[in-house]
Design a protein around this ligand. Structure first.
Ligand SMILES: Nc1ncnc2c1ncn2[C@@H]1O[C@H](COP(=O)(O)OP(=O)(O)OP(=O)(O)O)[C@@H](O)[C@H]1O
Ligand SMILES: [Mg+2]
Length: 245
């Protein structure tokens, strides 16, 4: 569903992403791990079009998209969440969701606000936020902001969902609920790529994990293989590494 081939991103002299390749299939979770500054978020930025990759190829459902606009990739079925929760703060929870739904895959050019609102409401129900539909987004606590970000992504009816640290800043109970939510999204057939430092969650959810270090891929394999890989333990999981229980 999504294939990245040899993605490289230079910021001046810095190689933020250095020749990374991966693919993810419908109903699969690919985990991405690695120390702070490894290039994980920058890799997502190149996939979505928030920045244009210096080199490499990105195929979304078979279509090359490297130089295309964010909204074009969104309408093809690509959605993401951000490491630092963002929302349209002056809008309500429901307004955020139906604004996102207006960009959804397969939506015809003809404007239909009732259809957008229905799609927005359905997305809020999937994340358990329907009871807060009328609340301004600015007033939401962190867990609700993160769930709203997932709802706005779901409202676009994605084929591929990129999650940038969905568990960061959450309590243990909230982490468990979010694991359940992401598992249900996966079971609905969405292809998921998930950046995460909370190893318990990544190990439970990911079918495969790609570990990055200084922009480059240093490991690809199952979560169990990752936990006993000497290089991953040395640069990331061991003492001083960024991984957490
Ligand atoms: N817009 C930018 N301009 C210049 N350098 C950037 C830019 N964005 C990121 N970088 C640099 O690219 C490198 C990779 O950053 P990135 O945010 O992708 O890392 P990360 O793996 O997501 O880290 P973290 O785990 O802390 O979120 C860092 O050295 C960062 O300072
Ligand atoms: Mg990051």
């Amino acid at each position: 569903m999504l294939e990245a081939r040899g993605i490289t991103k230079l910021y001046g002299g810095l190689q933020a992403v250095a020749g990374v390749s991966f693919s993810v299939a419908p109903g699969e979770v690919l985990g991405i791990a690695g120390p702070n500054g490894a290039g994980k978020t920058t890799l997502f930025d190149t996939i979505t079009g928030h920045t244009i990759a210096t080199d490499g190829e990105i195929l979304l459902a078979g279509e090359p998209v490297r130089g295309t606009k964010i909204h074009h990739r969104c309408r093809l079925g690509l959605a993401r969440t951000f490491q630092h929760p963002v929302a349209a703060d002056t809008l309500t929870v429901l307004e955020n969701a139906y604004l996102a739904a207006s960009f959804r895959r397969g939506r015809s050019g003809r404007r239909s606000r009732p259809d957008d609102i229905a799609a927005g409401r359905a997305a809020l129900e999937r994340v358990g936020l329907e009871g807060k539909a009328g609340v301004p987004a600015a007033l939401l606590p962190i867990y609700d902001r993160k769930r709203l970000m997932i709802a706005t992504a779901l409202a676009t009816d994605p084929l591929v969902l990129l999650l940038d640290e969905p568990f960061g800043g959450l309590s243990l109970g909230e982490i468990d609920e979010t694991m359940g939510l992401i598992g249900r999204i996966r079971d609905s057939g969405v292809a998921i790529v998930c950046i995460e430092h909370v190893m318990r969650a990544l190990v439970a959810l990911a079918d495969r994990v790609l570990v990055m270090h200084h922009g480059a891929e240093i490991f690809v394999g199952t979560p169990a293989e990752m936990l006993r890989d000497a290089r991953v333990v040395e640069v990331y999981l061991g003492a001083g590494g960024g991984g957490s229980a």
